[in-house]
Design a protein around this ligand. Structure first.
Ligand code: SAH
Length: 440
């Protein structure tokens, strides 16, 4: 998944000479910020509400977005925030975490226009077209400075579903317990087959070459993909370690046939967000609520698709030209994605920092309605024909249709499939706007 999506050599997002755009009607998929400007505006409003709830800081605010795509969401957010002068004045920097050089250039064009872009030690820097605000690009969140005196507001829209997953299936014990594990170069003997092999074991689903089609078979109309998922014959290092990292996975192990997907990188990103907001725990002996960040501040908002509470199962898919395709078809030419395990993100965040709490996940439709999508649509609809859904739909009707698309709950509607999760400073039960709370 990682190689297919972000390898500098032919990765779906990172290849130098792509002939097709990933986004939009002519590309492979359309994301919410590309459907309506209201989406980014409401995320901007959420930031305003959280900033108000956290003592309206007059300096030290940073906005971080991971996986900004075309930059549309950040552009709509910054345009909205500009109207809230004390907040706008408190923002010191915008950081964009982006693996793709070509998308970085698109984001720069949209957010900074003709301002020059220079290379700096952590990535690239330019200036917002709206103000003097520095905009800095980093390839990984670890390059974004982590200063406990700052207040980072972190956004991730359709980023987590692109991070590589591992899949495992629980298998009943076999009478002959294998005494090997699968190493990179074949089976490796393990000294003592453990007694736990008498109970079901996790086996990793690994990518293997597809069997060559039989010579006698009639030529298929489209050749089968070169690779497929197969159950490893023995334990792998991953299958021994990853499913042991949460009681949710352990609870499924005794049930042969259970399949789980685990995304270690998603867990580490959620943990990183949490530590930036709430600080890392101090060494033992000190009370557990104390962290390296004396006053937790900032927030993270994660929007993506996936189940609210269950562990994703067999959700790896390929997407090309708005249709589902085999994830093994045309590697590097096809978008790959897997459902996001929101409970795993929540678990990772609260484990990483005693200074945070998590709200949600809630369904995107409900969240947008609580944030005022209907009211904003009514306002925008009144503003002459300039009001438009970005998907080529103009005027009042265009706004109405794009809003319906974002909140639609029936069938595979985005309003239900997509979820929203917030990580905020631990606040003794304060409500969070969009998750049932109010601005006070
Ligand atoms: N948030 C945007 C784009 C979603 S597509 C939107 O909703 O329209 C995923 C984005 O994440 C792209 O910008 C892609 O280049 C970036 N990306 C994917 N994997 C990444 C990784 N491992 N590190 C940094 N950026 C990544």
């Amino acid at each position: 998944m990682r190689q297919c999506l972000t390898s500098p050599d032919g990765g779906y997002y990172t290849a130098q000479n792509r002939d097709r755009d990933q986004f939009g009607q002519k590309g492979d998929f359309v994301t919410s910020p590309e459907i309506s400007q209201i989406f980014g505006e409401l995320l901007g409003i959420w930031l305003v509400a959280e900033w108000m709830a956290q003592w309206r800081k007059s300096s030290g605010v940073e906005i971080v977005e991971v996986g900004p795509g075309r930059g549309t969401l950040m552009d709509d957010m910054l345009r909205t925030i500009r109207n809230f002068k004390p907040l706008a004045a408190s923002i010191e920097c915008v950081y964009l975490v982006e693996a793709s050089p070509s998308l970085r250039n698109k984001q720069k064009q949209l957010l900074c226009g003709d301002e020059p872009m220079e290379e700096i030690d952590i990535g690239f820097r330019s200036r917002s077209k709206y103000s003097d605000l520095p905009v800095i690009w980093c390839e990984d969140i670890r390059f974004v400075p982590n200063d406990p005196t700052k207040t980072p507001f972190i956004f991730a829209h359709e980023f987590f579903d692109a991070l590589p997953i591992h899949a495992f299936q629980s298998v009943a014990p076999s009478p002959q317990t294998p005494s090997t594990i699968q190493g990179l170069n074949g089976p490796v003997p393990i000294s003592k087959p453990t007694s736990t092999a008498l109970t079901p074991q996790w086996r990793e689903l690994v990518v293997t070459p597809s069997p060559s089609p039989s010579l006698n078979a009639s030529a298929p109309t489209s050749p089968p993909p070169d690779f497929q998922l197969s159950l490893a014959k023995a334990s792998t290092p991953n299958s021994l370690v990853l499913p042991e990292t949460s009681p949710r996975y352990k609870a499924l192990k005794p049930h042969p046939g259970s399949v789980i997907e685990i995304c270690p990188e998603a867990r580490s990103y959620a943990a990183e967000f949490a530590r930036r907001i709430g600080g890392s725990p101090l060494p033992s002996k000190t009370p557990t609520t104390q962290t390296t960040k004396p006053i937790p501040s900032g927030a993270a908002l994660i929007l993506d698709y996936g189940p609210s509470a269950t562990i994703p199962t067999s959700t790896l898919r390929g997407i090309r030209a708005h249709a589902l395709v085999s994830p093994f078809a045309s590697p590097g030419q096809v978008d790959l994605s897997a459902d996001v395990d929101f409970t795993a993100l929540a678990e990772a965040a609260v484990e990483a920092s005693p200074g945070v709490e998590v709200h949600g996940p809630v369904e995107q439709g409900a969240w947008l309605e609580r944030m005022g999508i209907r009211e904003r649509a009514a306002m925008l609809g009144k503003v002459s024909g300039a009001a438009q859904g970005k998907d080529g739909e103009v005027g009042n009707e265009g706004v109405r249709r794009s809003v319906e698309r974002l909140v639609e709950r029936g069938g595979g509607g985005m309003g239900r499939l997509y979820k929203v999760l917030a990580i905020v400073p631990e606040g003794g039960g304060r409500g969070v706007v969009g998750f049932g709370g109010d601005v006070n």
